[in-house]
Design a protein. Sequence first.
Length: 720
Amino acid sequence: MNAGHITRIADELTLRNGQVHATAVLLEEGATVPFIARYRKEVTGSLDEVAIRRIRDRLEQLAELDKRREAILTSLAERDLLTDKLQAQVLNATTLVALEDIYLPYRPKRRTRATVARERGLEPLAHLLLAQETAPPIQPAVEAQAFINQEKGVATVEEALAGARDIIAEMVSEDTQARSSLRELINTQGTIRSRVGKDKAKDGTKYKHYFKWEEATATAPSHRILAMLRGERERVLTLCVLLPEEDAERLLLERFVKGRTPASEQVTLSVQDGYKRLLFPSMESETKLEMKRRADEEAIRVFALNLRELLLAPPLGEKTVLAIDPGFRTGCKVTCLDRQGKPLHSDAIYPHTPDPRAKKAGAILLDLCKRFQIEAIAIGNGTAGRETEAFVRRLGLPARIPIVMVNECGASIYSASEVAREEFPNLDVTVRGAISIGRRLMDPLAELVKIDPKSIGVGQYQHDVDQKAIKRSLDDIVMSCVNAIGVDVNTASIQLLAYVSGLGPQLARNIVAYRAEHGPFATRMELTKVPRLGPKSFEQAAGFLRIQGGSNPLGASAVHPESYHIVEAMAEELGCSVADLMRDKTLRERVDPARHISDNIGLPTLMDILEELAKPGRDPRDEFEVFSFAEGIGNIHDLNAGMKLPGVVTNVTAFGAFVDIGVHEEGLVHISQLADQFVKDPAEVVKVHQRVTVTVMNVDLSRNRISLSMKSAARSEETG
């Protein structure tokens, strides 16, 4: 454990050293973020998941910095370049950028003009010129005479001076202070400029906005940075970083030129050459990488926020559901699911085709609703979704059966996946898609964990950002959501169990296999019989696993087995059973938490236990409410400017929010139209699954684009 890292992180995050140290120890021991946040509050001082993840990520970053530092020191030592001064500089570097700047002059490099000049023996001349002695001032042409050497390829005075200038130019480009000053100038005055590539105007119409674009490097928003970088990668755009050159040259000349001697003139030429040929191109590349890193970070943040809202969308719950995957020519695939999501019957109807089969569609659906006692109907919102919804509504079904449009993004990916083939090996791909739509209505989280989060469609430029970073972030979000809700160990899928703290895919498979062979788990302790599920995994997972109707009523709660004895002591103190304590509020009110505080259990955990006893296994998600789009609005041609329509936010980006208003094409509420006041971050105003009222601003039929507004009379209603 690096004490310096602990202190640094505590200062950066405004935490106590003890909190950071305790969290670091738990992480090092293999504890997961959800487990630490929920069950080790006394140890960390009640840090939440966000703070714990920040500590974890910063520890890893500093470890990588140390690893790079060690590699540099080893490289310098092996080449006999490591001096006490250089070692101190390397050890004192606090960022990777500073570390690489220090190492740059010593890094092994390919042959450069400066390398060739050094091989020709011109380095002493370069240092002589750079010193710019004034008493008396040296004469470069005279000094260069001594370096003419036909055998080494230096035939003239000018060749000697040119070689010396190449060496100085490289020294300028590798100077730590010069790079730092130029970096600061780029941060404060630099701009990124985008232009259309030669003969690419016709091929890149989607980048038309950037054919002639320029803005500050420091403030360019993530979506524009990623769009321009993609355009450059596709060779539709050319990107360059611009600086006020006079200011840049002035900074460098002040750094290296000491007067107006003949030697200073040579140094001036070297500085100008070093800046244009070496330093600025290097800093331009670095700037693009830094802008990309910053854009990635913001895009991943937005994606993670959207994903959390989507995963925590209100579930319909255990209902018998008739799920429909709509289609025109190929018909609609229909599946009936029982209350646990098991498919009972599959069929196909053709309500949108001009043949005899269309007349039977209604009768088939009515029969299925009656035969399987359907309690809700889920309809995918893709092709033919609104038309199918209108058809179903015309059937005159009982009002007690809600008809719900379900976002089917990613359902087709699931239906063709290995997970779906393993789950339903004998079913057609289209039937699997209908099953997924129905299950999404019943429990969005349980179904969406089967799909790669990047395929769910709630991000921006997700395939352009750092793939390792986005996977880490999204996995964190999925794990957080799964553990916040809890998982029924006797019904959960392998995919859902895999996200439970301390488990993972293999242990999840082992649990399901054990369950299939031995029947439902009666207690949490029975989990210890699962192959390879050892004490550490049990400790991490047990509190997040639920056992409904088991032999111990606490199995259905979030009370960890390690705390069962506390609840039992509370019950014994009151002369009642644990079940009585969970049922009777008056009994719980008589519990004095202070009497149960010990060296290992403090007030935060005791208050969590009492709260859990009041609502064991409480689902933190909001109650499900049926939503309906405006009647008579089924496609983009039905829209007119000025219409006020209900909608559901489907995606939040850095530039606004996309809203489904039931016409197949989602409309965009630009950031400038989200509210009457200025909005800096759309996520502060809207979130995925939020219900909103929007006004149609413009409809571009040629490009299938809809512009919406939430300003003025537009009202919003959050659903979570």
